[in-house]
Design a protein around this ligand. Structure first.
Ligand SMILES: [Zn+2]
Ligand SMILES: [Zn+2]
Length: 272
């Protein structure tokens, strides 16, 4: 059986996935629920929070918290954390997608607000540069795809370039039961390439969701539609483009994906 047929069978036999109130639910025991909260983003669903350019996702599982990226303006990040009543002392792990300011500028503040020295996973290629932004952290350089904790994997660092600068970016993959959920920072290596890398790590899982920044600001309507088609070819079930995807591209995706388009913007939460 090829991958396509295998995934189709998997989808038909699992059947437990449903969408309700803009939130994604995977039928599972309450204590096993993973909650992801978008706490920093330029696209907002909550007027009480500060929306500025960048991205940060708060991931809760049992008593543990993992932070994926830290936004661009530490003051705005802190305001959102306080308004959402989140306890930074619970953060055990920080994963940084890449070295750009809109993903790392909140890092020194987060380190200040935690006593337990969280592990900070960064692309090995840019470890020294990121260290210079927030010194004294417990840094771990990532090269290859690897398991970070019980739930979360990294794609490993993938090469990228932006405005003539070469760097690396990692995305995260949450694996639960038959499915994987891919979360990206800015997708500088290419959103399709990131999904293909995720498939190569988990060839026999349903890609239930791809969310985050897709970096399509400069793409034409036709190019965005091609990416949308490619996503369908890759059997992605739902998408939640945000941050640097661009307003125009987001509207094209919304139109093409209909009920399989998920809003995951500032103030939104996803339960898996
Ligand atoms: Zn970037
Ligand atoms: Zn960005």
């Amino acid at each position: 059986m090829n991958r396509k047929t295998f995934i189709k069978t998997l989808i038909l036999t699992s059947g437990a996935i449903m969408l309700s109130n803009k939130k994604l639910f995977f039928k599972s025991n309450d204590e096993d629920i993973i909650t992801l909260k978008m706490i920093y983003n330029n696209f907002s669903s909550n007027q009480q929070l500060k929306n500025e350019w960048g991205l940060s996702i708060w991931i809760e599982y049992k008593n543990d918290v993992v932070l994926f990226d830290t936004g661009g303006n530490p003051l705005a990040l802190w305001e959102n954390i306080e308004k959402l009543n989140l306890n930074t002392q619970r953060i055990s792990t920080i994963i940084i997608s890449h070295l750009h300011w809109d993903h790392i500028n909140g890092l020194p503040l987060i380190l200040e607000k935690t006593n337990n020295k969280p592990k900070i996973y960064v692309p090995e290629h840019d470890l020294e540069t990121i260290k210079a932004t927030a010194s004294g952290g417990n840094y771990i350089g990532i090269t290859e795809p690897q398991k970070i904790n019980d739930l979360i994997w990294t794609t490993g660092q993938m090469e990228a370039s932006y405005k003539n600068n070469s760097f690396c970016e990692q995305s995260i993959i949450i694996q639960k039961e038959n499915a994987i959920y891919v979360f990206t920072g800015c997708s500088h290596p290419g959103i399709v390439e990131i999904v293909e890398k995720s498939i190569s790590i988990f060839p026999n899982k349903i890609i239930q969701l791809v969310a985050g920044g897709f970096h399509l600001l400069q793409h034409s309507e036709e190019q965005v539609k091609n990416i949308s088609d490619k996503f369908k070819e890759l059997e992605i079930q739902k998408i939640a483009p945000s941050h640097c995807t661009g307003e125009k591209a987001i509207e094209i995706f919304r139109d093409q994906w209909k009920e399989n388009f998920v809003d995951f913007n500032l103030g939104d939460r996803i339960n898996l």
